[in-house]
Design a protein around this ligand. Structure first.
Ligand SMILES: *Cc1c(COP(=O)(O)O)cnc(C)c1O
Length: 348
């Protein structure tokens, strides 16, 4: 169905008709020697200058690393900005709907509520696999977005590629595949086929494998036509100079990133064995990410016990399909060791 996708037909009427704010740096983006166009302070260089609203340098770098053209990239204040701006550009409050496949990342639902958009929740199967037909059945002519998260948070598994493709090829709305954890995954994800799927949106982030959650830098990859609408709606200077600089520096360190990932994955495999050997752990779900979902007998009690020892994990036991479960991030060797020793004292 990819060829039949009409992106402008999915965009809200007010967005189609709006005239974007034009900043001083939008109107002149070349390089001059005297800048008297933006009412900046001439002192305190370099932070006295507004950042590039088009983030050209950073997009070039990310495009090179990811094998994508700059026109396919939107950068946001975390992936969360990408998620919210999709709602604001595509979903008419009170009329349109989105579909989430749960349990999954909470921001999809929060953004739906904030934007006054109906959310249709489809459950994963009990083994956490995706049921594409159940998703397709929930789609109607007002469905604008379908959110798939792979590897999925909090279940830690990747969704089946063919099942995701069945959904993408079976609808005329946008399908967002959140790949926040893709660098920890065995699979390559869907970014390599972005050019073939006009209704595919891929979200990635510098918050996890790149170790840069503090700078808030999310990457959204999509068809250039959608990127143009998102760019017209975003705050002009949504990525600040310090974040751009830290991202440029961080992205140079590809060797270090590989080492971190390898170390985290080694620790994850070691932690799976350690956790499985504890009596209070009923099961550790297979993980394709940098965290584990484990089942214990008394999740709230274990959570509180760890908290009293200064160790914070995530209690997911009230989430559908995750009854009895805690979500545990893979930390440093020392942090992981502290968790295991604490759990051992709980056991005895
Ligand atoms: C952590 C996470 C993100 C990252 O969000 P940022 O706003 O980029 O920090 C996105 N999606 C999922 C599913 C996550 O777990």
């Amino acid at each position: 169905m990819s060829e039949a996708i009409d992106i402008s037909a999915l965009v809200r009427k007010n967005i189609l008709e709006m005239k974007p704010y034009s900043s001083a740096r939008d109107e002149y983006s070349g390089s001059a020697s005297v800048y008297l166009d933006a009412n900046e302070n001439p002192f305190n260089t370099p932070l006295n200058r507004y950042p590039d609203p088009g983030q050209q340098t950073l997009k070039r770098k990310i495009g090179f690393l990811k094998g994508q053209k700059m026109e396919n990239i939107f950068l946001g204040n975390g992936s969360d900005e990408g998620i919210d701006i999709l709602f604001r550009v595509l979903c008419e409050p009170g009329r349109d709907n989105v579909i989430t496949v749960d349990p999954s990342y909470g921001m999809y639902g929060v953004c739906a509520e904030i934007n006054g958009v109906e959310r249709r929740s489809i459950l994963l199967k009990s083994n956490f696999s995706l049921d594409p037909d159940a998703v397709l059945e929930a789609v109607d002519e007002h469905t604008k977005l379908i959110f798939l998260c792979s590897p999925n948070n909090p279940t830690s598994n990747s969704l089946d590629r063919e099942a995701m493709l069945k959904i993408i090829d079976g609808v005329s709305c946008m399908v967002v595949v959140d790949e926040a954890y893709i660098d920890f995954s065995k699979g390559a994800g869907l970014l390599p086929i972005l050019d073939e799927k006009k209704n595919l949106v891929v979200l990635q982030t510098l918050s996890k494998a790149w170790g840069l959650a503090g700078i808030r830098l999310g990457m959204l990859f999509a068809h250039p036509e959608l990127i143009a609408y998102l760019s017209a709606v975003k705050y002009p200077y949504n990525i600040n100079s310090l974040s751009i600089e830290a991202a440029m520096e961080g992205l140079m360190e590809t060797g270090q990133q590989r080492d971190w990932i390898r170390e985290i994955l080694d620790e994850r495999d070691r932690m799976i064995k350690e956790l499985e050997s504890l009596d209070i752990v009923r099961m550790v779900h297979p993980s394709d990410a940098n965290f584990l979902l484990i089942q214990v007998d008394n999740p709230s009690e274990v959570y509180q016990f760890l908290l009293n020892k200064g160790i914070i994990v995530r209690d997911r036991s009230r989430v559908p399909l995750c009854e009895g479960s805690l979500r545990i991030t893979i930390g440093s060797k020392e942090e992981n060791r502290a968790l295991i020793s604490a759990l051992k004292t709980k056991q005895s």
